[in-house]
Design a protein around this ligand. Structure first.
Ligand code: FES
Length: 123
């Protein structure tokens, strides 16, 4: 099963701003990601998925990387308007790591402080 990038569609742009022009921050991020993903050379290796909530609602926007036999990474407090390209760059690091371990310092600079959890894979 391919690795996944899961986007919370319900997150706001910030805690104080749920929607702009009727669109949530998560939906906006997903729209930007879908455009980049369609042209991304590795889109056959990673599925772009969505969910209604990642239970980190107080820090929108939130996404997760999930892979079989790999840790799950949760990112939050993302800027929905600027982070899409960085998320695909981070996805490449995740794909390239056999065990899913990705050092924070190798992430795009804007994402380094946004990674808030690493959950070990099931054994
Ligand atoms: S609404 Fe996005 S994490 Fe809950």
């Amino acid at each position: 099963m391919p690795d996944q990038l899961i986007v919370c569609k319900s997150c706001g742009f910030s805690v104080d701003e749920e929607k702009r022009a009727g669109e949530t921050g998560g939906a906006h991020l997903l729209k930007l990601l879908e455009v980049l993903y369609a042209q991304w050379p590795r889109n056959d290796e990673l599925n772009l998925e969505t969910t209604g909530c990642l239970c980190i609602c107080e820090k929108p926007c939130a996404i997760a990387y999930v892979g079989t036999g790999k840790p799950t990474y949760l990112f939050a407090d993302l800027d929905a308007t600027t982070c899409a390209a960085d998320l695909l760059t981070a996805a490449e690091l995740y794909l390239d790591s056999k065990d899913g371990m990705v050092s924070a310092y190798t992430l795009p600079k804007e994402l380094q402080s946004r990674r808030i959890a690493r959950i070990p894979p099931a054994t």
